[in-house]
Design a protein around this ligand. Structure first.
Ligand code: PEP
Length: 273
């Protein structure tokens, strides 16, 4: 086990439902999405997640959302739906942007905000991330706020400094009773196969939880789910889920392979969890 937060997080973790979230990125069109969700549901049909002990969420591209929503609804599939980004604006002359109001109308529950690929390729600053967090909350969407350091930043300022600083800005002005999720995603572990150790994940997730305690209070910190993301696979998920401050995973590549993602969701079946 790694370093625990100052909070009695092991005592409180039983109050947090684990969340396994699949970030599809720019993969699977709406027809492929239907086949994928049906197959995943079928594969999991006897799995624990049906009893609510693990929450499953999928984050398809925008063009798939309506189709996936209709399928989840019609077939009563117990997966939550999320989007991969949201505009800071509600409506108007913002070509290419997607309003939180539109996502809420599609029954989306979650939206990923501040993914390192958005920070890197779309120059999203901590201030833009903070504005998007507010936009999501305004429309009752739960923001999945991504934080994490590059390898150079880790070497320069240590493992926690970047995530702590990013989160402090993202949580500015967020009310204490807000429903939020944080994803610690070390940039050096995303899509690289170079996974963080469970101890490394725990150390930063605990630091992240301390920021939530400082900004939003102890209750919020005990309630908020902190995920690890970065080359999560069926073979390593159980080791992360044993850590007291890791409440789930944000999964990229492995969320596109039905059997692999199903095995991640079923991590409780793996030995020793
Ligand atoms: C991600 O993009 O959020 C991610 C964690 O990707 P991967 O699992 O492929 O590293």
């Amino acid at each position: 086990m790694g370093v625990s937060a100052d909070l009695d997080s092991s005592a409180t973790s039983s109050r947090r439902t684990p969340l396994i979230a699949g970030n599809w990125k720019m993969n699977l069109d709406h027809l492929q999405a239907v086949a994928f969700v049906q197959k995943l549901h079928w594969t999991l049909k006897d799995a624990k997640h049906e009893d609510g002990s693990v929450e499953v969420a999928v984050f398809p591209p925008f063009t798939d959302l309506r189709t996936v929503q209709t399928l989840l609804d019609a077939d009563k599939i117990p997966f939550a739906l999320g989007a991969q980004d949201v505009s800071t604006q509600d409506s108007g002359a913002y070509t290419g942007e997607i309003s939180g109001a539109f996502l809420a109308k599609l029954d989306a529950s979650y939206v990923i905000i501040g993914h390192s690929e958005r920070r890197q390729y779309h120059a999203e600053t901590d201030e833009v991330v903070a504005a998007k967090v507010k936009a999501a909350l305004k429309h009752s969407l739960v923001p999945v706020i991504c934080v994490g350091e590059t390898l150079e930043q880790r070497e320069e300022s240590g493992p926690t400094a970047v995530s702590v600083a990013q989160l402090q800005v993202a949580l500015e002005g967020v009310p204490a009773d807000a429903d939020i999720v944080i994803a610690y995603e070390p940039v050096w572990a995303i899509g690289t196969g170079q996974v963080a150790s469970p101890e490394q994940a725990q150390e930063v997730c605990a630091a992240v939880r301390r920021v939530v305690a400082e900004k939003l209070g102890e209750d919020a910190a005990a309630r908020t789910r902190v995920l690890y993301g970065g080359s999560v696979k069926a073979a390593n998920i159980a080791s992360f889920m044993r850590e007291p401050d890791v409440d789930g995973a944000l999964v990229g590549g492995a969320s596109l392979v039905v059997d692999e993602f199903a095995a991640i969701i079923r991590y409780q079946k793996h030995v020793g969890v």
